[in-house]
Design a protein around this ligand. Structure first.
Ligand code: PLP
Length: 388
């Protein structure tokens, strides 16, 4: 295909295009409000006012106070800070409870802490991808400093019962952290209703440029700094503020939350896509059919390699993913699919489609047509496909 042809983008869980309103919110930060928010003069104050405004927008959107929002460089930094910060601040308790299906920003952080002597329990999930609450109840005790469970899974979209898990954490005197990077803008997120002590979010999943995130830290919760420096972010995270991206994040979170009503349309498109793709023989849907993010469809097609299918789709103008963007460069089977009991061959033959409100019914029909055709072609080349 040539560069001018219109492509179909269904990889919104990996990243999203920067929206016009985010660009418009950022432009004054380059042209007029370019000062350092820490400077006391008028040029600095202009930038500072914009940072204050963005913080307030985000706080209003997720149901907290502005001084409970801390800007970071990305979702991964927020995850690292919440977990390492809580661990390093804990004097007696040395145990963390998390799940087997977390993003690597959480899993690898926990593994790093294990090397430093912390104990980490990785609880399992059922076949729909939901964490086993009885395992959490058994694992969380008076040794536990933190429970870290993601709000929605980035590969299969499963939504976790965070409010219930927060209760278990708090009954045992532990802190509760949720990675809401995939949740914000796709499902309602209110930190008070969820009862969490910390929550991470990332801008580029909701139409900002890559490289901006935030961490909600409930007032009164003490975690150690990861980045020491000047007194930015009320002394908790050093580094001169990325004012343009912070302004972009303020507008993006507000707009994503205000636009939640459109998710019903996305859910209908996603259901149409799932139904169409399940007509393919030897296919299965990964993750719970109902309890999942509105735009997420993750399917396995036996007797094919996901990477080959992805390339066929790419050549036909469809951008999808074989799993999380971070692991799609490696040929290792997805830890999430293995955790829900998908066998290793089928895990290698899976694709994730993550739709947004910008997708259309015609696009979904085209994806179904292209996937059917590509799967058929690939299977025709397979020596083991039984359907020939
Ligand atoms: N957590 C989840 C659930 C994610 O999906 C991602 C990104 O894919 C991250 C964390 C990391 O966010 P970032 O890319 O902003 O570092």
């Amino acid at each position: 295909m040539n560069g001018s042809e219109k492509r179909i983008y269904v990889d919104n869980a990996a990243t999203t295009p920067v929206s016009e309103e985010v660009i418009n919110a950022m432009l004054p930060c380059f042209r007029e409000a370019w000062g350092n928010p820490s400077s006391l003069h008028a040029d600095g104050q202009k930038a500072k006012d914009l940072v204050i405004e963005a913080r307030e927008k985000i706080a209003r959107s997720i149901g907290c106070e502005a001084n409970e929002i801390y800007f970071t460089s990305c979702g991964s930094e927020s995850d690292n800070w919440a977990i390492k910060g809580a661990a390093y601040a804990s004097k007696k308790r040395k145990k963390i409870v998390t799940s087997k299906v977390e993003h690597h920003a959480v899993l690898h952080t926990c593994q790093a802490l294990e090397k430093e002597g912390y104990e980490v329990v990785y609880v399992g999930v059922d076949e729909g991808g939901k964490v086993k609450l009885d395992e959490i109840r058994r694992a969380v005790d008076e040794e536990t400093l933190l429970v870290a469970i993601m709000m929605a899974n980035n590969e299969i979209g499963t939504i976790q019962p965070i409010a219930e898990i927060s209760e278990i954490a708090h009954q045992n005197g532990a802190l509760m952290f949720t990675d809401a990077v995939q949740a914000v803008g796709n499902i309602p997120v209110n930190v008070r209703e969820l009862g969490v002590d910390m929550l991470s979010l990332s801008g580029h999943k909701i139409h900002t440029p890559k490289g901006i995130g935030a961490l909600y830290i409930r007032k009164g919760v003490r975690i150690k700094n990861l980045i020491d420096g000047g007194g930015q972010e009320r002394g908790k995270r050093g580094g001169t503020e990325n004012v343009p991206y912070i302004c972009g994040l303020g507008v993006a979170v507000e707009s994503a939350v205000n636009g939640l009503g459109e998710m019903e349309k996305v859910r209908a498109l996603r259901n149409k896509l799932i139904d169409g793709l399940l007509e393919i023989p030897y296919s299965r849907l990964n993750g719970d059919r109902e309890n999942r993010l509105p735009g997420n469809a993750n399917l396995s097609f036996s007797y094919i390699e996901g990477e080959s299918l992805l390339l066929w789709l790419d050549m036909s103008g469809v951008s999808a993913s074989t799993g999380s963007a971070c692991s799609s460069n490696s040929l290792e089977a997805s830890h999430v699919l293995l955790a829900i009991g998908v066998d290793i061959e089928d895990a290698h033959g899976s694709l994730r489609f993550s739709l947004s409100k910008d997708n259309t019914e015609e696009e979904v029909e085209e994806i179904i047509r292209v996937v059917k055709e590509s799967v058929e072609r690939l299977r025709a080349m397979s020596p083991i496909y039984p359907g020939k």
